[in-house]
Design a protein around this ligand. Sequence first.
Ligand code: FAD
Ligand code: NAI
Length: 469
Amino acid sequence: MSEKYDLVVIGGGPAGYVGSIRAAQLGLKVALVESRITLGGTCLNVGCIPSKALLQSSHHYEMAAKEFKNHGIEFTGLNLNLKSMLARKDKAVDDLTKGIKFLIKKNKIDRIAGLGEIVEPGKVSVSQEKGGKKELLRTENIMIATGSKVASLPGVEIDEKRIISSTGALSLSKVPQEMVVIGAGVIGLELGTVWRRLGANITVVEFLDVVLPGMDTEVSKTMQRTLKKQGLNFKMNTKVTSAKTSTSKVTLSLEPRDGGESEVIKADVVLVAIGRVPLTDKLGLDNLNIALDDRGFILVDEDYQTNVPGIYAVGDVIGGPMLAHKAEEEAVVCSEILAGQTGHIDYDTIPGIVYTHPEVAAAGKTEEQLKNSGTDYNVGKFPFSANSRARCNDDADGFVKILSAKSDDRILGCHIIGPQAGDLIQEVVNVMEFCGSAEDIARICHGHPGLPEAVKEAALATGGRAIHI
Ligand code: FAD
Ligand code: NAI
């Protein structure tokens, strides 16, 4: 039996590897158990990183095909080399996973390869996929960071060939002619966009009447309009009831959500992107009576401890926004608490970003949430069409919207659709973290010409004094 650890972390994604590093920095003896060959979890291997690599490449392709001529750049013979595009994406993933391997070694964390199972509090057994001897790790504390997996849709079985999850959509060997995306959430819109840009005809089937549910409605509506203009087709308020796969096609049966005539559509590839569910398979939770909520997420207290002392959980597996940066922050706080410190996360200021073009970014409350809670608020909106940098870049769709409290001008929410929205939101998040007001942003000198000036103008607009509109 091995030496006793202070902490065994199960799962090497953004939560697990970051939590391990922070715990090791604070002097704890740490083992990190991961069943994948590489570290980095869903985010790095089959999520954030490969999807953003493809979004960037496909954006360049579309720019070259449609936009460069506006800048006076003309050429002939544009070709798509999908194999190279996928290889570049794979290299980005490969380089970054190697980086994490290095960090784990540098921090003297024991990386244990295999599937972790909690045998009892203080004991984790690690087994290999092909059987063989199990390794038993003894530890003071356990951090579960096993993440999430794709949610399945009854009647539409994922085979990762014709009916694929996001993982399959990151590696299609040829551009499908007809692709159906089930779910107009973040994955559906990001990966649907990638394959549309590369030439696929995309139909998005969504159960609700809005895309990106949960986002500020004005932003969701603008997003759907913009994506429609770009060529994405939407079937809203619609559910898929079954899928039949033949050698060359998938036949999907659709029904209006609230009843009515059903219809049949055919596709070369179907992407199922209807959400993700917690991954707790084979962790031994049943034997330990670890409490879960009704959707299977692990329940934790404010210190991220489960109902079993010494067993903690962080990241996607405990629910909340399924975001890499949220998972990382939770793991850092949890490790600091285990090392005797204190910490907390402000869940109100976690930014959510959709990496389409234009990007969407949000933090804090939506206008609907403020209305429903009876909060008195001011709205300041500024369109990118009035921002000089966006006009120079020929990239001026969208707006910045800031919501501030009527009582004291404190910023309550910010919603951006437009160029580099994901970077622009961070200024507002920082101000929100310091309980700042719209006036604070409005009074800060912003470099000219710059996209952040649109944020300043939206802040000015909450008081009805935007300059450039
Ligand atoms: P995970 O990253 O899922 O890591 C869990 C790890 O635990 C996995 O490596 C798994 O193999 C391992 N594991 C599970 N069970 C065991 C076990 N019993 N023993 C050993 N190991 C185990 N988020 C963003 O913030 N920005 C984005 O741009 C973004 N893009 C995304 C794109 C896609 C296509 C997808 C699918 C997700 C995206 N996400 C994005 C979400 C992000 O990937 C997750 O929120 C994040 O990975 C959660 O981190 P985690 O550490 O909790 O879990
Ligand atoms: P999601 O929750 O964002 O969207 C799922 C969509 O599917 C919703 O619009 C929902 O109404 C719809 N839906 C559900 N059941 C349906 C059905 N039966 N038929 C038709 N539509 C249905 O989930 P998604 O897109 O799968 O992403 C999973 C998670 O991954 C997200 O929660 C997100 O946080 C994370 N992610 C984050 C990214 C980012 O930060 N840029 C990128 C990709 C994923």
